[in-house]
Design a protein around this ligand. Structure first.
Ligand code: FPP
Length: 260
């Protein structure tokens, strides 16, 4: 069966596989362990419809829910979603507070389904700076899902890749100062282990929606050898079939990790 990327138009004589067919097909080959997604385009989705930006974020939450389900159906072990970056604080105050509330409520509302689907939620990012009631609400869900053994869902919240590296360097510097580690012995494993994503394999595939060609301070250390897949589709219009297409495309690539 011929697969096409979302940017290609179907050629005469080639039928596009349905979502179910594509899911069945990608499951016949090894799927990536870890997929990370930069969910972009909520604002533009709303503006194009003459709606307030928050309407785009509401739709974005629905998409996130569908993609978490699809990730479970695919058998991914880790899914990381970029929900709120440290740069997002510079948005208008009302958008920031609505977004915070929306994310917290969405996560809390999803708790029964996360439990039913055996999903474990983790948050990566700085706890400092997040309003206490929001942080508490999210922490409750993190705690409740702690023993789930299925998909690990990492939500990047108040996250910045450079901040993460600074925090890791501080951790390592403290270990050096305590005599627990020699500067010349610092290894990749030490750095990885000091990141918010400690004990999580690096992403195999990074998806970005809405067509921007940048990594926006996301998982800077972890994406050194990650395959990139960028679609012009705006996040609220991103469907499970798009995730399956990205994975199918990934399965057709040869990863060389800097070798030949
Ligand atoms: C990107 O669109 C969206 C965000 C940074 C907001 C957070 C994401 C959601 C609300 C989706 C749900 C996520 C979870 C984990 C429940 P944008 O506002 O940057 O869009 P624009 O680039 O078109 O302005």
């Amino acid at each position: 069966m011929a697969l096409r990327s979302p940017s290609e138009t179907p050629r005469a004589g080639l039928s596009t596989p349905t979502e179910t067919e594509l899911l069945a097909l990608v499951r016949t080959q090894p799927v990536p362990q870890h997929v990370a997604i930069i969910m972009d385009g909520n604002g533009r989705w709303a503006t194009r419809r003459g709606l307030p930006r928050v309407a785009g974020h509401r739709e974005g939450v629905k998409t996130a829910r569908a993609i978490v389900r699809a990730a479970g159906d695919l058998g991914l072990r880790y899914l990381t979603l970029y929900a709120f970056s440290t740069e997002n604080w510079s948005r208008p105050e009302d958008e920031v507070s609505m977004l915070m509330k929306l994310l917290e409520e969405a996560i809390y509302r999803e708790l029964p389904e996360l439990m039913e689907r055996n999903v474990r939620l983790r948050v990566i990012g700085r706890a400092n700076g997040v309003p206490v009631p929001i942080r508490r609400g999210i922490d409750r869900v993190v705690e409740a899902t702690r023993h789930n053994t299925g998909l690990h869902l990492l939500m990047a919240f108040n996250y910045g890749g450079r901040d993460e590296l600074i925090d890791a360097f501080r951790t390592l510097a403290r270990r050096v100062a305590a005599g627990d580690l020699k500067p010349d012995d610092i290894s990749e494993a030490d750095v990885s282990g000091a990141l918010y994503t400690a004990e999580t394999p690096d992403p195999d595939l990074l998806i970005r929606t809405s067509g921007e060609m940048r990594v926006s301070n996301f998982l800077l250390w972890q994406i050194a050898y990650t395959e990139l897949w960028i679609t012009s589709t705006l996040w609220p219009d991103f469907h499970p079939v798009d995730l399956y297409r990205a994975v199918a495309d990934f399965q057709g690539r040869t990863r060389r990790f800097g070798g030949v």
